[in-house]
Design a protein around this ligand. Structure first.
Ligand code: ZN
Ligand code: ZN
Ligand code: ZN
Ligand code: ZN
Ligand code: ZN
Length: 281
């Protein structure tokens, strides 16, 4: 049975411990184990969605046969037929055996990445250079959800300082550990001061120290500030467009051919939307 620390959301295996027993988390919080809810230890039937005990050979509601297996990413228990792991969100059955985490080389230094289960995300860490690869599910949970407890659990688990042997940053362009296609270098958000390497299909690589910096940026409200700045820029652009529009009206009054100006304005608008899309994917 898994127990989530209410202070930091770290998961602990408390199988065999009685209700009421005290559990000390590595963050220092001490919590009494609650009486297990009737849902504890149960998983949703992949066929009908009913909560069923993982020890049952078939669902008591729809009689679907149940086959227990382990999530290839976080090793949590899942039923055969589940589309996503309920623990870490990994898509199951798609390319899972084709690319186990152990076979993913670090884009920076080529050492094998090691999967690390923290809170409800799985990250791929490199012991060689201290870089971290976050797949799309992890990025969604860490960057987009902005959940404070999860960020703190991650911060606590990540190495505090970059390892002694910092690899030469001689590789300007690095390859995605999953598909080996060259990743795109991108500014994370306005003001974050972090350049990450992104594979749109698979995930984002953070060099040593960049993920802690990013998490701190997010918990200090950096994303909201970046959004405000972006909004302001958007308003400025709209104002400029209005002025341009007034100007071209004036010009149109002078000459009858305003088609050129209109086409130009349209193009500018699209370019700006594209820029926003690129920054926020
Ligand atoms: Zn804790
Ligand atoms: Zn069922
Ligand atoms: Zn999982
Ligand atoms: Zn590395
Ligand atoms: Zn990729």
């Amino acid at each position: 049975m898994l127990f989530a620390c209410p202070a930091c959301d770290s998961r602990h295996d408390v199988t065999g411990l009685a209700a009421g027993q005290m559990v000390r988390c590595r963050c220092g919080a001490v919590t009494a184990l609650a009486t297990p809810s009737p849902q504890a230890g149960k998983l949703a039937c992949p066929q009908c969605g009913a909560a069923v005990a993982t020890s049952e050979p078939s669902c008591g509601h729809c009689a679907a046969p149940l086959l227990l297996k382990a999530c290839p990413r976080c090793l949590s228990r899942v039923f055969h037929g589940h589309k996503h792991c309920s623990e870490c969100g990994t898509e199951l059955g798609v390319a899972a055996p084709a690319a186990p985490s152990g076979d993913r080389p670090c884009p920076r230094c080529d050492r094998a990445l090691a999967a690390h289960h923290i809170s409800d995300v799985v990250i791929d860490e490199c012991v060689g250079c201290g870089g971290v690869f976050l797949d799309q599910v992890a990025i969604q949970r860490v960057i987009a959800d902005r959940q404070q407890v999860r960020a703190e659990a991650l911060l606590g688990a990540l190495p505090k300082a970059a390892p002694a042997a910092i690899p030469p940053r001689d590789r300007m362009y690095i390859k995605c550990p999953v598909c080996r296609v060259v990743m795109n270098r991108r500014q994370l958000a306005l003001g974050a001061g972090v350049i990450v390497d992104v594979c749109k299909a698979h995930g984002t690589f953070f060099d040593a120290g960049e993920l802690p910096k990013t998490l701190e940026f997010i918990s200090n409200g950096g994303l909201e500030r970046a959004e405000r700045r972006q909004l302001e820029a958007l308003r400025e652009a709209a104002k400029r467009e209005q002025q341009n529009a007034r100007y071209s009206h004036m010009m149109a009054a002078r000459s009858s051919t305003s088609a050129h100006a209109d086409a130009h304005r349209g193009g500018q608008g699209t370019a700006f939307i594209e820029l926003l899309r690129a920054l926020w994917r």
